[in-house]
Design a protein around this ligand. Structure first.
Ligand SMILES: [Zn+2]
Length: 252
């Protein structure tokens, strides 16, 4: 197969091809990393969301306990009011012994009721004390988590900007190498790229194709050394270049 290029032109094409592959490979890597960022952001927020929900539930529980405690106090006030009402009847002018006893029983029952409510309130107070410690701990851990999450989101945003600017530079540089290549090489490169995303062009190292690691026949090795023709791996079809190709700058 004879190519319409001189040995020097071919060397330039191969150098450009290697640069093009480097750019495409870096673009591919940056794009994959960029695609992972939204998931990482969601994961960072999910941890905080869960803790904030736990805190909200605990705050709600404390508010409910406080409400129950106020309810106890209001019940106690009502009972005390009823006691005063009963006792005021004792000072009426005419009161029979039987009425006196009934009032006495009622007051006694109300005092027992107050005692029961007070027990309930005390238990609620104990609980509130215990829960307020828990709440304090959770509030401070949620505060820390908020800071950590904000830091993580900022780090991810910085990373995104960095990747985007890297990709912008790569996309700007790409045509310099792609446009300099003959279409026949570019087409073959594009086809190979689908099968070997980061290694359409590989070097020959120790008589092996560094893409598929197979030993190359002597004719292929000779072709590489002569540098007069495009050479492909007889096993995987990748572009082969000698170990030293692309060390300098390609032709622009
Ligand atoms: Zn190969």
């Amino acid at each position: 197969m004879a190519e319409p290029w001189t040995k020097e032109e071919l060397a330039g094409h191969l150098a450009n091809l290697i640069e093009l592959q480097r750019i495409d490979s870096e673009l591919h890597t940056a794009d994959k990393r960029l695609a992972k960022i939204p998931d990482k952001e969601r994961a960072a927020r999910a941890g905080l969301d869960a803790e904030e929900a736990r805190l909200a539930a605990m705050e709600e529980r404390s508010a409910e306990e406080e409400r129950l405690r106020r309810e106890c106090e209001s019940e106690i006030r009502q009972c005390e009011e009823m006691i005063r009402e009963q006792e005021s009847q004792l000072y009426r002018a005419k009161i029979t012994q039987r009425e006196y006893d009934i009032i006495g029983e009622r007051v006694k029952a109300l005092r027992i009721q107050i005692g029961e409510i007070e027990d309930r309130e005390l238990a609620l107070l104990d609980q509130a004390e215990h829960h307020s410690e828990e709440l304090k701990g959770l509030r401070s851990s949620v505060d820390n988590l908020r800071r950590e999450t904000a830091d993580e989101l900022k780090r991810l945003a910085d990373w995104r900007r960095e990747l985007e600017s890297t990709m912008e530079v790569l996309r700007r540089d790409r045509p310099r190498f792609a446009d300099a290549l003959p279409l026949t090489i570019l087409d073959r490169y594009r086809t190979l790229l689908q099968r070997h995303p980061d290694s359409a062009v590989v070097r020959v190292i120790d008589s092996q194709c560094s893409g598929c690691r197979m030993l190359l026949v002597s004719q292929t090795l000779l072709s590489i050394n002569l540098g007069e023709h495009l050479t492909f791996c007889e096993h995987c079809g990748r572009f082969l270049v000698s170990e030293s190709t692309g060390a300098g700058s390609g032709q622009g």
